[in-house]
Design a protein around this ligand. Structure first.
Ligand SMILES: [Zn+2]
Length: 109
């Protein structure tokens, strides 16, 4: 079972207390963007086997959204952090690099 630490209320919640919100760190496209960029924003998502950054909501707890860095194949959780964070914290990226040298995900390394 997937267990994630809510960075707001401090609870280690199992997946039945959470709601998945898809890929984290999406770059939002506005009215001035190209059709291709807007289409990518609306429909294209990464689905890696390995390190992934996801949005989760502590729906049966505090109700707040947060981000989680985890491995989709082993369910190893590298850390969670507030959804307002624009990129993964350095300590989480260092933890990922420690177990998976040379990893990258989108613009993050
Ligand atoms: Zn919470």
């Amino acid at each position: 079972m997937l267990i994630l630490h809510c960075p707001y209320c401090g609870v280690d919640a199992d997946e039945t207390d959470l709601h998945a919100g898809g890929q984290a760190h999406l770059k939002r496209e506005g009215p001035g963007s190209s059709d291709e960029a807007f289409e990518d924003y609306l429909f294209m998502r990464e689905n890696p086997k390995g390190v992934h950054f996801e949005r989760w909501r502590h729906v049966y707890g505090c109700g707040k959204w947060f981000h989680a860095a985890r491995c989709t194949s082993t369910l190893e959780v590298f850390g969670t952090y507030p959804a307002q964070t624009l990129e993964p914290p350095q300590d989480i990226k260092d933890k990922i690099s420690g177990t998976r040298p040379g990893w990258s995900w989108g613009i993050f390394k």
